[in-house]
Design a protein around this ligand. Structure first.
Ligand code: SAM
Length: 280
């Protein structure tokens, strides 16, 4: 029996193309097309948008994005075994799906995309966090994307949307709140995936702000917050040791007590410290 979009159901696609999930590629597939369409809707109005999808796998989310009206989907997939299944989706939606085989961490997709661009992905969480940090820290702002709709382990999703002072607050929340609005859009139990992972997951939706909340050099800010939260129990004068000369003076000039711990310091102060350090 055909699925809601007229293509074969995903279980059949997986069986036909021998797509046994590989742990090394973080493969936990979404097979329910109602669910993938729901995730695609979280990405906003896709008509008139190009969508960059990372890790399409057998194509569940890809089909959701296309059935929800994306003008074009550019999908980057590392596992060559998935390409024949994705070619069938491309044939069903002529001219709207382009697939690039390769590692999303190595490929620059921008030459293939026309603004406005949204990003959607269900990725292994380590690749997802690395890409998220890259997408939040380009030298220029606004970025190439209007929104990011990304699946993470629930615990990582909570770190992205965490409020200052909470246990989950750290580098990810700080960088996300600096240049974007972030919220958890959907929570998913392990059984939503095949095979089910050990932990629950959540879709995080981020919308790019027109301007960062406070000015700062992204590379310097990223270095400061990574070092500050790497040793989050230490006082900042110890955690940030070696980051810049005259550190205590710089902390004080940025409104931070040298005895403060990272989790008690707000975004505004971290941005002030990054500006102070960048000024030399
Ligand atoms: N999007 C599909 C879904 O929702 O069913 C597959 C999700 S599965 C969690 C992650 C996908 O990302 C797999 O297809 C895997 O092969 C792919 N992948 C893993 N690392 C990747 C990388 N570095 N670049 C591109 N794709 C990658």
């Amino acid at each position: 029996m055909a699925a809601i979009d007229g293509l074969p159901p995903l279980r059949e696609v997986i069986a036909t193309h021998g797509l046994a999930a590989k742990k090394s590629l973080g493969q936990n597939f979404l097979l329910d097309l109602n669910l993938t369409a729901k995730i695609a809707r979280q990405a906003g109005d896709l008509s008139g948008c190009d969508v960059l999808e990372i890790g399409p796998g057998p194509g569940g989310l890809t089909r959701g994005l296309l059935s929800e009206g994306a003008r074009k989907v550019l999908a980057i997939e590392k596992d060559a075994r998935c390409l024949p299944a994705l070619a069938e989706v491309a044939a069903h939606y002529p001219g709207r799906l382009q697939v690039i085989e390769g590692d999303a961490l190595q490929i620059d997709p921008l030459a293939h995309l026309t603004p406005p661009i949204r990003v959607a992905a269900n990725l292994p969480y380590n690749v997802g966090t690395e890409l998220l940090v890259r997408w939040l820290t380009p030298p220029e702002w606004p970025p190439f994307w209007e929104s990011l709709t990304l699946m993470f382990q629930r615990e990582v999703a909570e770190r992205i949307v965490a409020a200052p002072g909470s246990k989950a607050y750290g580098r990810l929340a700080l960088l996300a709140s600096w240049r974007a609005e972030a919220r958890i859009a959907i929570s998913l139990p392990p059984e939503a995936f095949t095979p089910p992972p050990k932990v629950s997951s959540a879709v995080v939706h981020l919308t790019a702000l027109p301007e960062p909340r406070y000015p700062a050099d992204p590379k310097v800010l990223e270095r400061v917050v990574a070092q500050a939260f790497n040793q989050r129990r230490k006082m900042l004068r110890a955690a940030l040791k070696g980051l810049a000369p005259d550190l205590e003076d710089r902390l004080l000039a940025s409104g931070i007590k040298p005895t403060d711990r990272a989790e008690t310091v707000g975004l505004e102060q971290f941005c002030a410290l990054a500006r102070n350090i960048a000024a030399g």
